[in-house]
Ligand binder design. Structure first.
Ligand SMILES: Cc1cc2nc3c(=O)[nH]c(=O)nc-3n(C[C@H](O)[C@H](O)[C@H](O)COP(=O)(O)OP(=O)(O)OC[C@H]3O[C@@H](n4cnc5c(N)ncnc54)[C@H](O)[C@@H]3O)c2cc1C
Length: 458
């Protein structure tokens, strides 16, 4: 079995991270084999299950550029300039994410993206085995056992790279050898996906170049455009009743009729857009959301985890895939830059873990911003000040969203600077109604004192 050859690497999972990592490693001359539990999506259609579309930002795009897959992906993507906020009973308004159309994010279909990356991996020379779900690993014999076509298949390996997602089997097998310090923090909120179909003339029913948000305090709907002129709507709300709150929750909204009543009350402008609301609500599962934290991502040079298998996060910063793609580039670089895999995996873990933790924490914080703050007057004033300070201190005061979304500075640096900046914004706007009342000399001095210039940021 040739896979024990030291130039060969075995990837578990041909999802988003697995297919990209296979491409990057095969392009660098490694013999790559990939084992994927599902069937080949090019033959049987994409059986994704989770979130139909995703927001792609600079970190993910940069990784796609490294694999030469960016153009193919962008050809099928829809640009999103900002958040279109739909207040209850008010007019929708666009809050731009960046300064202009060079600072945007892209809505991509998970299935199309996965197929593009699978094609890229094969074109680069990787061998993909579909219908092969990892069941167990024998680290002594250096073999894996995979299930497919109704039986078990045994394959030799030299080293395993775990891209098998949040419920990773490889992680469970590694944990049987060494405690990985695994903790899963479940969010007490879940989600349900619905669909806005195309308009009768075949076009989009609402503004296509935006991520739509209907914030309602402790719950919300969002909608991302798809290139076939539909939108995927996601309702996020509590799973169960919350103490001291009479907000809706999935225990109380169970039938299509309950969903209609909720939407009539809280999201009335979406009702004409979602003709199959009752059917979608009853047919689609409630998705659960969690943050997965591990103390260790690798077992010497035998196995390493990345993407959701190492650090699944809640989706509210739209960064899980972007972070997983950054992992792929970082791991490929570490493998190339070290003489042995144990040091490469150790360097990868040491370099990426603080950043994964930072984006996991920022993703949790962003839920509150999206569902509650985007139509709050204090928050809007802080945002206006944020834009002014960006213009007054280019390269020094860079908005939080820009650092995470349009730049590739380490997430941990973005988090640290965001905390300092938030302090400045809160202090400078306390008790004010408009930017005209801001004490500019004092704020400018604070910015100069507390923030160093950020390279490559203007
Ligand atoms: C509702 C929602 C919205 C999201 N929105 C965004 C967004 O806008 N932007 C963003 O960047 N991220 C987003 N994410 C996060 C993103 O989906 C994940 O971070 C990303 O899919 C992680 O990629 P991955 O390859 O690590 O895992 P996955 O995409 O889960 O891929 C894992 C692969 O491994 C395979 N597999 C599983 N078990 C086995 C096994 N035993 N053997 C072999 N193969 C196996 C699976 O079939 C799958 O193909 C969102 C997530 C959710 C839930």
């Amino acid at each position: 079995m040739t896979s024990t050859d030291p130039e060969s690497l075995t990837i578990i999972g041909a999802g988003l991270a697995g297919a990209l990592l296979a491409t990057l490693l095969a392009q660098r001359g490694w013999r790559v084999e990939v084992f994927e539990r599902r069937g080949d999506p090019r033959l049987h259609g994409y059986a994704g299950g989770r979130s139909i579309n995703l927001a792609l930002a600079e970190r993910g795009l940069h990784a796609l550029r490294a694999a030469d897959a960016d153009r193919a992906v962008l050809d099928q993507a829809v640009m999103m300039r900002g958040r279109m906020v739909h207040p209850l009973g008010g007019e929708p308004s666009l809050q731009r994410y960046g300064r202009d159309d060079s600072e945007v994010i892209w809505s991509v279909s998970r299935g199309e993206l996965n197929i593009t990356l699978i094609n890229a991996a094969e074109a680069a020379g990787a061998t993909l085995h579909f219908d092969r779900g990892l069941e167990s690993v024998d680290f002594e014999a250096r073999t894996i056992s995979c299930r497919g076509d109704g039986r078990s298949h045994v394959h030799a390996f030299h080293a395993l790279l775990g891209c098998d997602g949040a419920g990773s089997t490889l992680r469970a097998q590694m944990a049987m050898r060494q405690d990985l310090g695994e903790r899963t923090e479940w969010l007490d909120h879940g989600y349900k996906e619905l669909e806005i179909p195309p308009a009768p003339d075949g076009g989009f029913r609402i503004e296509p170049n935006a991520l739509h948000i209907w914030p309602r305090g402790r719950y919300m709907c969002i909608a991302l455009p798809n290139d076939e002129r539909t939108f995927t709507v996601t309702l996020f709300m509590a799973l169960h009743a919350e103490a001291g709150s009479d907000d809706p929750h999935f225990d109380s909204v169970t039938t299509g009729a309950d969903a209609r009543a909720l939407f009539e009350r809280d999201f009335p402008d979406t009702l004409p857009l979602i003709p199959a609301l009752e059917e979608d609500f009853e047919a689609n599962p409630i998705g659960s959301l969690a943050t997965l934290r591990l103390d260790r991502w690798h077992l010497g040079g035998d196995a390493v985890l990345l993407g959701d298998a190492a650090h699944a996060m809640v989706p509210f910063h739209g960064q899980g895939m972007n972070c997983a793609f950054e992992d792929c580039v970082a791991l490929a670089d570490c493998i190339e830059g070290h003489d042995d895999l144990a040091s490469a995996f150790a360097a990868f873990e040491a370099g990426r873990k603080p950043d994964a933790t930072a984006i996991q924490d920022m993703a949790l914080e962003n839920y509150i911003e999206m569902r509650d703050l985007v139509d709050d007057p204090n928050f809007l004033l802080q945002q206006a000040l944020e834009r002014k300070l960006q213009a007054r201190h280019p390269g020094r005061f860079v908005p939080h969203y820009s650092m995470v979304t349009f730049m590739r500075i380490p997430y941990a640096v973005a988090l640290e600077r965001s905390n300092v900046q938030r302090g400045i914004l809160v202090d400078a706007t306390r008790g004010l109604d408009s930017l005209e009342q801001v004490d500019w000399p004092a704020v400018d001095a604070e910015v100069e004192r507390k923030l160093t210039p950020l390279t490559g940021a203007d």
